[in-house]
Write a protein that binds this ligand. Structure first.
Ligand SMILES: [Ca+2]
Length: 492
């Protein structure tokens, strides 16, 4: 569980608690003629100078400048860290929208936070610019000599990062190194990312991170040197662990990370034409365990390709994930994809139009698929590949299927089946499921709430989520169409 939320919520709405001593506010204005002192009436001209003067718990406020801040700023170490009651803050001065860039094509971008705790970066615009090679990261939070606790990235905007760079991630939390330190309890909230390359938000080996309320759109294809090596992934939110153990003997896995209420959509189709290796809206990847992906909307991902393009992908050795109340529509390959893990629970999702399968279980064991609405226009509803069948322990029930002009089909260990055969051949599977029009509010307008009379209403099993009426509805939305009888009414 993320233990730092109260700090960010309190500061985020301006209700700062009373501190023992007033925090110092340091101003930055790139248009100041002189180097400045950091005072409101004589700001520093450079962000780096302000960071030099920064002490833990201080606030840096950055003002608009005629040209972007071409920054190489690093904030590092305990002396710059805040405390739970008094975070260090780097933010736009109220009423300003300062732009940070970095034009030297370095791997790390205009702002890196290393070995810091209790820090907030808020309201800034990071723009890689129209250069042939922008930097691989816009904003990085990582560790060298200690954990990094309770860093929040709030309400920033990110454009055009990672062009011409290998291994690009616009916002990066954590690091590949197997040192025994982690980014813990981070919050990435309400940021906007557009036109960046390869990976929008990437978490590596993080513990208890929350990625919430962000919008990631127009992801561009990654870049890799040499031919014919194809370009690498195109990913909105990438939650990555690592196999093995760090140098202190602790597993490198990421743990308990949450991606919720994000909107990931409209990836750049250019790199999906022939050779993209992978495109995922949200991807849990390699040894990150016990995470949750919920309330997200993911759509228009690699729509024109058959080689990649998944809405939500729970992958290799990512055990005990819950994927629920997501809306996934119009994706090039699979709506929800699962591979080589244990105990993934897909429930109460609405998946509408994937070119290959709405849900694809490649392998793994003990996958459960409950309370979903799955609408196909190409026929493929759910597939369990042979390796998944061998894994065993799967449960599928209380789902509503529908085909847009086609009969949904199901695939079990390579054998394509009708809905009836699917149920007959796999005793207990989908016993309480049906094929019927779910009656969405406005499917062509991508409004997948339920109309009155939808067969999805009250057709679900209890999964621990709040519900209205007699039982949970299917799909991502619960509908209030089951009013209680008027009081005093007796039914004979
Ligand atoms: Ca209900």
């Amino acid at each position: 569980m993320n233990r730092c939320i109260w700090t960010f919520l309190v500061t985020g709405i301006g209700l700062l608690p009373v501190f023992p001593s007033p925090a110092k506010v340091i101003y930055v204005d790139g248009d100041n003629a002189g180097p400045g002192t950091g005072a409101a009436n004589n700001p520093y001209r450079s962000l780096e100078a302000a960071i030099g003067a920064l002490a833990g718990g201080d606030t840096i406020r950055i003002r608009d400048s005629a040209t972007p801040y071409d920054a190489k700023a690093v904030i590092q170490g305990a002396a710059k860290s805040g405390t739970p009651g008094r975070p260090t803050v780097i933010e736009a001065d109220p009423g300003h929208r300062p732009v940070l860039t970095r034009t030297d094509g370095a791997h790390f971008g205009p702002l890196s936070l290393i070995d810091v705790d209790h820090m907030i970066v808020r309201g800034l615009t990071f723009d890689g610019g129209s250069v042939a090679k922008s930097t691989a990261r816009a904003l990085a939070v990582y560790c060298r000599n200690k954990d990094a606790e309770c860093v929040a990235i709030l309400e920033n905007r990110f454009f055009r990062w990672g062009k011409g760079q290998e291994n690009a991630s616009t916002i990066l939390l954590g690091n590949y190194a197997t040192i025994p330190y982690r980014v813990r309890n981070a919050l990435v909230k309400d940021n906007y990312l557009e036109g960046n390359y390869q990976r929008g938000i990437q978490l590596i080996r993080t513990l208890d991170a929350i990625v919430e309320g962000n919008e990631v759109t127009d992801m561009k294809c990654g870049w890799r040197a040499g031919t014919p090596v194809p370009p690498p992934n195109q990913v909105g939110i990438h939650i990555l662990g690592m196999s093995g153990r760090d140098t202190s003997g602790v597993p490198n896995a990421g743990l308990c990370n949450i991606g919720r209420n994000n909107r990931v959509h409209h990836f750049d189709p250019i790199c999906t034409l022939s050779n993209v290796v992978w495109a995922d809206g949200i991807w849990a990847d390699v040894c990150t365990h016990s995470g949750k992906v919920y309330g997200n909307t993911v759509h228009d991902i690699a729509l024109t390709t058959s080689s990649g393009g998944n809405g939500i992908h729970i992958e290799h050795q990512c055990n005990d994930w819950e994927v629920f109340q997501n809306v996934v529509h119009d994706v090039g390959q699979h709506g929800l994809r699962n591979r080589h893990n244990s105990n993934t629970r897909f429930f109460n999702n609405t998946v509408y139009k994937a070119r290959h399968r709405l849900i694809m279980i490649l392998d793994g064991d003990s996958v459960s698929i409950f309370n979903n609405i799955l609408v196909t226009e190409t026929g493929g509803a759910v597939e369990f590949r042979a390796d998944a069948v061998a894994g065993g322990g799967h449960q599928v029930d209380n789902n509503l299927y529908f085909g847009l002009g086609v009969e949904p089909f199901f695939t079990w260990a390579g054998t394509k089946q009708t809905f009836l055969r699917w149920r007959e051949n796999w005793t207990g599977c989908d016993a309480h499921s049906a094929i019927a029009n779910p009656y969405f509010m406005d499917a062509t307008g991508n409004d997948f709430r339920l109309l009155v009379g939808s067969p999805a209403v009250d057709a679900g099993r209890v999964m621990g989520l709040p519900f209205l009426g007699r039982a949970p509805d299917l799909g991502a939305y619960e509908q209030d169409v089951q009013p209680l009888p008027p009081s005093g009414l007796s039914i004979r």
